[in-house]
Every structure is written in structure tokens, then in C-alpha cells.
Design a protein around this ligand. Structure first.
Ligand SMILES: [Zn+2]
Length: 384
């Protein structure tokens, strides 16, 4: 453990109480900033001593309660406890890159705290006080690079929170209640273990950036397409095979899709496994509306028949079961991208483009116009 004297001496060296030197893009010329980064602190400063010492050297009298912005990042602090409550006027606290495992309920006394940066610590769900959500002044919360394996439910109560960073944790599930966080403008959930995102994200109408990269998402709820303010949608390194077609109606500035099957697979030969006789028979029953019941057929066949899916070609009456053609359809998007949308079709000669309807017996009407050639695919612009 570093001696208090050493810490204090280092603190004096490190404390440059000049707002213009604070690491921020905003200016806070009228806010007193104390920098105590990289000085080996093992406990949160109860910093009457350090600040008094500083004051005597600089002829500037500073009281703990005058400090508005405090940076104690890159130290070895393990707990955010009682001492923090002395800083009653704190609006910004950066305690990132420490060894934080615990935040005590005294943090709730920071009634003016707008930004809490606690990234790259050892926090988990049980590290937070139950009442953490009553820290309603908070607008920006950085909890990235911690050990959260669940979404901290207290955050749901923070109705004023605008920016939430929870990247690089091990979160497996986003609660449906996230739809209550209607002030959110930035939601960063990249680098977790999410398999899905609840449809309620569509309620976050102020969202401008939704970061979901480096997860295990297989699909995206179509409600994302209701986020009219959304400018950045980060989806790279997931397991997406499809995107909601309505996505093309959003006015995105940035969209990242690399590292998804959706993108990877379309450069390969699009495989088509011929349907089995069972599937062919079942398709015929569906297309011809041949009546059947459990009296006529074994239950397993009735059950199989219920799994039929409609071909996405609006002019095709085709149905498929286990065998389908995966095909990438390119859609103009924001005038900037050609967005590949994976589609499932009943037969190779079936396209999703409107084609002449006919009443003949064919399972599927075809047209070759939309075949996405390899050359064309290579020209697709995908960001990042
Ligand atoms: Zn079809």
C-alpha cells in the first residue's frame, strides 16, 4: 500500500486544478477540476489533507466541497465508499482503471453528479447499491470493461440517463424494461454475450447510437426501424443472417455489418440443397390447399405441414419447409450503401422481385433479373 504521504505528494504533483486541462471535449472554465490520476492511490481520497496541502503550495484555498470534477483514474482504488460523500458538488467523477469491486450507497449523496466514468474496473451486479437508480442526476454512465454478467436493473430507474456504456462485459440478456429508459441517446452494449435484443428498444426514441457489435445476435428486432433519430448502428461481428427490411428507411450515417454470416456468406456460392420427396409432397399439399387432418395423416406429418413458410417473393405462391434458397438482395440505402438483405426463397429460379403473376401450376414464378453476381457483390460498400 502506498503511504499517505507519498500519495499526497504525488497528488500534489498530479493535481492540476485547471479545468482546461481536464480530459473532456466540453469546457468547464468555471468548474474546479482536480486531477489525481496515475498516483498509486489505494483508497478514495478523503482529500481534505491532500487538497489542503495543495492549497498551501499554490496559495489557492480549495475545499473538498468546491471540487466539481475529480479524476482519480488509473489508480488502485478498490471501493467507492464514505469518502466520496465529502465531494458534495461533484458533477463529474472519473474512477476508471482502478480495482473497484464495490460502490457504496454514499455515492447517492452526490446529488449533482452528471457523469460517472467507472470503466475498466471489477464491478459486477452485486457491486452496486440497491438504490443506485435513485442517482437521478446522472446523464452519462460508463461501466464498460467490468465484470457485469447481467444488466444492472437499477439503471432502469435512471430515467434521465442519456448515455450508457456497458461494453466489454459478459452480459447475456437485456431486460425488456430497457424500453423505459426513454432519455437514452447512446446505448453501448458492444462486446457482450447477447443472443438477442428485446423489441422494447424501439421505445428509445431519442437514441442516436446503438452499439451492438461483438455479440452473438442472430437477428435484430424490427422495432429498431422505429428509431427515427438513429444515426449509428453498429452490428459487426455477430451472427446475423438477416436484417429487418424496414432498416433501409432509417437515415443512418454509420452502419457496420462486417463479420456477420449475412455479409460473409454472400460472397460464397449460394448453396441450394434439393428438396426431399417429403418436402415436395408437402409443398404441393400447401400450394393446392389440399385439405388434410389427423384422420388422414399421421400426427408427425400434420405437424411437419404446419412448419411451412411462405416464399418471400410477393408474387410467388411457393412454400418451403427444410429446403430453401438463401439469397442476398441488395437494397439502396441512404444513397450510400447497397445493403445486403438475406432472403429465403423456395426455389433457385424464384426471386424476390415482383414478377408476372400467373395461375399456372408452377410452385414458383421465376425471373433472373435480381441475381446478385459475385462482381456486383464485391462493389458493395460496407463500413468499418
Ligand atoms: Zn418462390
Amino acid at each position: 500500500m502506498a503511504s499517505p504521504e507519498l500519495a499526497t505528494a504525488s497528488a500534489i504533483a498530479a493535481m492540476v486544478a485547471a479545468a482546461e486541462e481536464a480530459e473532456t471535449t466540453e469546457t468547464h472554465t468555471d468548474e474546479l477540476t482536480v486531477l489525481m490520476s496515475h498516483i498509486g492511490l489505494e483508497t478514495f481520497p478523503d482529500d481534505c489533507a491532500a487538497i489542503a496541502h495543495y492549497a498551501s503550495l499554490s496559495d489557492v484555498v480549495i475545499f473538498v466541497e468546491e471540487v466539481c470534477r475529480l479524476q482519480v483514474d488509473h489508480n488502485a482504488i478498490m471501493s467507492l465508499g464514505r469518502n466520496v460523500s465529502f465531494f458534495t458538488n461533484l458533477t463529474f467523477l472519473d474512477i476508471s482503471n482502478n480495482r473497484l469491486t464495490h460502490i457504496s450507497s454514499t455515492v447517492l449523496q452526490l446529488r449533482r453528479l452528471k457523469t460517472l466514468v467507472a470503466k475498466n474496473n471489477l464491478l459486477e451486479v452485486y457491486s452496486l447499491p440497491k438504490e443506485f437508480g435513485s442517482l437521478t442526476s446522472l446523464e452519462t454512465l460508463h461501466f464498460g470493461g467490468n465484470s457485469f454478467d447481467e444488466f444492472p436493473m437499477q439503471l432502469i430507474e435512471m430515467e434521465g440517463l442519456k448515455k450508457l456504456f456497458l461494453g466489454a462485459n459478459q452480459i447475456t440478456h437485456v431486460p425488456v424494461q430497457i424500453g423505459q429508459m426513454t432519455s437514452l441517446e447512446v446505448l453501448y452494449l458492444g462486446g457482450n454475450r447477447l443472443k438477442e435484443v428485446p423489441a422494447t428498444v424501439g421505445y428509445l426514441q431519442k437514441l442516436t447510437a446503438l452499439i451492438l457489435c461483438n455479440n452473438q445476435l442472430r437477428s435484430l428486432p424490427s422495432t429498431v426501424c422505429q428509431l427515427k433519430c438513429l444515426q449509428t448502428l453498429s452490428l459487426h461481428e455477430n451472427r446475423l443472417t438477416t436484417l429487418p427490411p424496414e432498416l433501409t428507411k432509417l437515415n443512418l450515417l454509420d452502419l457496420s455489418l462486417r463479420g456477420n454470416p449475412l455479409v460473409v456468406r454472400f460472397v460464397q456460392e449460394l448453396a441450394f440443397h434439393p428438396p426431399t420427396l417429403l418436402e415436395l409432397a408437402a409443398r404441393r399439399i400447401k400450394i393446392k390447399n389440399i385439405p388434410y387432418s389427423e384422420v388422414d395423416l399421421p400426427r408427425s406429418l400434420v405437424s411437419y405441414l404446419s412448419t411451412g413458410k411462405q416464399c418471400v417473393n410477393p408474387n410467388c405462391k411457393g412454400v418451403y419447409f427444410d429446403s430453401h434458397v438463401e439469397k442476398v438482395n441488395f437494397v439502396d440505402f441512404c444513397g450510400k450503401y447497397r445493403l445486403p438483405l438475406m432472403q429465403y426463397l423456395c426455389l433457385p429460379n424464384c426471386t424476390a422481385h415482383p414478377v408476372q403473376n400467373s395461375d399456372d401450376d408452377s410452385d414458383c414464378d421465376g425471373d433472373e433479373s435480381a441475381v446478385a453476381s459475385a462482381e456486383r457483390i464485391k462493389k458493395v460498400l460496407l463500413t468499418q
